[in-house]
Design a protein around this ligand. Structure first.
Ligand code: K1U
Ligand code: ZN
Length: 169
């Protein structure tokens, strides 16, 4: 297994729209394993392939208390959303150190394929609902800060650039 470098906002590669997976082979299995290792090491509760510069529709998530319930979603689609919305303080491994409130549908039903290509459906609520919507945004080239005001987006970009310079010095 391997740890993959995570792209940092505002890297333009985070804006790419991921394409569907068509080959359910060993290469895909290895990608999901490497993504899981990268997510656990970060640490985080989710990771989209976009964030590791692979522009395929692949997501890994583990929102369990003991980080032992890995879920893999290939070609995920949201097929139902609740009318009720909830706000959650979201974080992002591509925007390290920033947590901001984002409002999204409280529950969603997802249809996806597993690593072998088998279709499944899942009802998601609580953190899982937040996380799957956040990760699907990544696959569509959207980072959660885009839900914030222009002022907040600019402040986050400025702080991240300053931090990057300090890290390089
Ligand atoms: O997509 C990502 O960058 C992963 C992101 C997922 C997420 C978390 C919370 C709300 C929405 C989306 C993260 O995992 S950020 C880190 C984080 O939430 C966390 C880190 C350590 C322990 C528990 C949570
Ligand atoms: Zn993210």
């Amino acid at each position: 297994m391997a740890l993959l470098p995570i792209l940092r906002y505002p890297d333009p590669r985070l804006k790419k729209v991921a394409t569907p997976v068509t080959q359910f082979d060993d290469k895909l299995a290895k990608l999901t394993q490497d993504m899981a290792e990268t997510m656990y090491a970060a640490p985080g509760v989710g990771l989209a392939a976009t964030q590791v510069d692979v522009h395929k529709r692949v997501i890994v998530i583990d929102v369990s208390e003991e980080s032992n319930k890995l879920m893999v979603f290939i070609n995920p689609e949201i097929i139902q959303t609740s009318a009720e919305c909830k706000s959650y303080d979201e974080g992002c491994l591509s925007v390290p150190g920033f947590y901001e409130a984002v409002e999204r549908p409280a529950t969603v039903k997802v249809r996806a394929q597993d690593v072998k290509g088998e279709f499944f459906e899942m009802e998601c609520d609580e953190l899982l609902a937040v996380c799957i919507q956040h990760e699907m945004d990544h696959l569509n080239g959207k980072v959660f800060v885009e839900y914030l005001s222009q002022l907040k987006q600019t402040r986050i970009k400025t702080k991240l650039k300053k931090r990057e310079k300090e890290e390089q010095a």
